[in-house]
Design a protein around this ligand. Structure first.
Ligand code: G3I
Length: 311
């Protein structure tokens, strides 16, 4: 249904589950239900490398093959992020020039390795602090605020065809953090920095109202900057009062409303879920996904189908 309307519906992939012979449903549903995939962890810096210049792409390459076999597009996640860094990057002391060289080498190694195969890269992830301003990271500390623009330029050089994204959480609706990200990306664009898109993670819970948060309006203002807009890590934890059935219905409503917000904005081209089965989720206890742990569709799955015009 999504494919017919030019929309990408994606899922983050747990590589261990994908190749677990005891869970054949994982690969089967991933192949059947999604036209885009992203590695939940396998393309992060610490997953690929612990030593400078030494990379192992085995797991990530397997996902690239899976996507090719099933006609799925790939999102790359993520090149520059303060979490899941090798210890020598996280704890090291670097001059500005030394850190820029470290960033350039890493981006060249990874985006260069996947050149031509990753349609969208999260180049910089979560650079804005929840308290305002740029987040304290090893990159900000060594380089200063312009580490972001360097990251995007390095990425463009490493894979000129990939669309380059800034990605963040807690900015899905209108608010102080999304205002700050808006100003940041507007300034980057004005400077000619090669940034093509913005990702809204959308880690939500079932009491969230996309309408009250003015999500559509928020997505629209970023699209109006000329950025492609993606929902990148959608999941909806079960929360709130009421019966379990009511909470599952509320969860379904949030999924459908997020999808509707994206569809209402020209330039919003992908909705990616952070997993698809509650058997494999970073928040498994809160059952945030659209298939239950036994791979049965939940009300949220049916709601997405309806929102896409199915029955
Ligand atoms: O790989 C090791 C494994 O060898 C070890 O046995 C196991 C024991 O705990 O840990 C494994 O690594 C864990 C990894 O997930 C794979 O399961 C890490 O400890 C754990 O920290 C890591 O969590 C991931 C988290 O990012 C890391 O910060 C989550 O799976 C992943 O869902 C989460 O994803 C992030 C996005 O990248 C960015 N946005 C927020 C989102 C949710 O936190």
């Amino acid at each position: 249904l999504a494919e017919r309307q030019g929309l990408l519906v994606g899922a983050a992939v747990d590589l261990a589950a994908l190749y677990d012979p005891l869970e054949p449903d994982y690969a089967r549903l991933l192949a059947r239900e999604f036209n885009l995939v992203v590695a939940e962890n396998a393309m992060k810096w610490a997953s690929l490398s612990n030593e400078r210049g030494q990379y192992s792409f085995t797991g990530a390459d397997a996902l690239v093959r899976f996507a090719r076999q099933h006609g799925q597009r790939l999102r790359g996640h993520t090149l520059i992020w303060h979490e899941q860094l090798p210890a020598w990057v996280r704890g090291g002391t670097f001059s500005r020039e030394a850190m820029l060289a470290v960033m350039q080498e890493h981006i060249q190694a990874v985006a260069g390795h996947f050149r031509g195969q990753v349609a969208y890269w999260d180049v910089v992830n979560e650079a804005v602090s929840d308290r305002g301003g740029l987040r304290e990271t090893p990159f900000l500390r060594a380089v200063g605020p312009d580490y972001l623009e360097h990251a995007f330029r390095f990425a463009r050089a490493a894979d000129p065809q990939a669309k380059l994204f800034y990605n963040d959480y807690g900015a899905d609706g209108m608010g102080a953090k999304s205002d700050e990200i808006y100003a940041l990306l507007k300034a980057l664009k004005a400077k000619g920095v090669p940034i093509d898109g913005v990702g809204f993670q959308a880690h939500l819970d079932s009491t969230f109202s996309p309408q009250q948060a003015r999500m559509r309006e928020n997505l629209q203002r970023f699209a109006d900057l000329g950025l492609e807009v993606h929902i990148t890590e959608l999941d909806v934890q079960l929360k709130g009062a009421g019966s379990r059935e009511e909470r599952l219905e509320a969860q379904a409503r949030v999924y459908a409303e997020v999808l509707a917000a994206c569809r209402a904005v020209r330039g919003c081209t992908a909705v990616t879920l952070w997993g698809f089965t509650d058997a494999h989720s970073w928040r498994a206890a809160a059952e945030p996904l659209i298939f239950d742990p036994l791979y049965r569709p939940k009300p949220a799955y049916e709601a997405l189908l309806r929102a896409l015009g199915g029955t």
